[in-house]
Design a protein around this ligand. Structure first.
Ligand SMILES: [Zn+2]
Length: 165
């Protein structure tokens, strides 16, 4: 069951799982404007209406230029599955500027990273580690990076929804 998310100006913004929608509602970031009748959601403390459509309480600004959506797989692919710090095989992605310190989920702030470097770096910056990036992370260009079908709805809007939450 999926929920349509409307921006505060009523324009459709994204389709998310009803669980995520409920979280936005429970955190008072959104209100339910249409529910699914007869299918309540049983929480631990209360019963909730299953949201069909929710509207964000605060307007989320969406940039005009359409960016290539950031995905974990996309970052790994862009960096050739090589760790941006040590060059070994990478299976994880790392926030260059850690998220805990305001680092964004963006092409420019995400790099492929091996598990070892990722664990060692933790929530520090490369500068603090005395590490150098082997690549300059950028948004990839070209049609091959267009995400099609079902992958589209969530990754495209995730950064904005995260911002709203
Ligand atoms: Zn590494």
């Amino acid at each position: 069951m999926r929920t349509l998310v409307l921006n505060a100006g009523y324009e459709p913004l994204a389709v998310v799982s009803f669980k995520r929608a409920l979280l936005l509602v429970m955190n008072e970031r959104a209100t339910v404007i249409e529910k699914v009748d007869g299918q309540p959601v049983w929480g631990t403390r209360a019963t909730y209406d299953r949201p069909a459509v929710i509207i964000l309480t605060r307007y989320v600004r969406v940039p005009m230029s359409r960016r290539v959506p950031v995905t974990r797989r996309g970052v790994l692919r862009r960096d050739g599955y090589r760790c941006a710090y040590c060059g070994r095989a990478a299976s994880t992605i790392d926030h260059v500027l850690p998220r805990s310190r305001g680092g964004a989920d963006s092409w420019e702030n995400l790099v492929a990273c091996c598990l070892r470097c990722n664990n060692t770096k933790s929530d520090r910056t490369p500068q603090e580690m005395g590490w150098e990036l082997r690549v300059t992370p950028r948004q990839p260009r070209g049609g091959e990076w267009t995400v099609r079908g079902t992958e589209r709805a969530d990754p495209v809007w995730k950064p904005y929804l995260a911002h709203a939450a």
